[in-house]
Ligand binder design. Sequence first.
Ligand SMILES: [Cu+2]
Length: 172
Amino acid sequence: MRTISGAVRTAVCGAALMLMALPGVSAAAEPGGTPHGDHGGMHGKAGHDMGKGEKIFSGKVGPWTGEARLIDKKVQMEQSGVSAKVAARFAGERHLMLFLTDPATGKTAAGVAGKVVITGPDQASSSKATLIVMGGHIGVDVGMPIPGEYMFRAEIESGDKKGSASFSYTLK
Ligand SMILES: [Cu+2]
């Protein structure tokens, strides 16, 4: 069974999908049907922006205004039209997105980087993942295989600016 330590592994996958999101790199270049190949669509124009998924946090993150959203990847895959078999591979996986804006300009904060520590319902397991820059947000795939409360602590920095936010999500 997958544990939330999977978040570390999927962070690597996030780096791969960043490359895939580059213009000129078509989804056809990916081996079809692999979970990683399916990621491409998620960061395409059609999806994956503010407003997607479920808002699980909004508020100040140091000098920035932040919003965190969680996407159920299995649901998103089902909606994208892939086969039920492919979608089923994403069961228990969520995509965490953190949107940071500069409150003075309302624009997306540039050059932010960060990490997030996720503690699962059993308290014993926690993992730290790097938040990858993905267009208008930073994010990472998170394994959330069992129901219960997950705690997130995000540490964000950009140059000499720093901020952190803690929030939780109860998976039913
Ligand atoms: Cu993302």
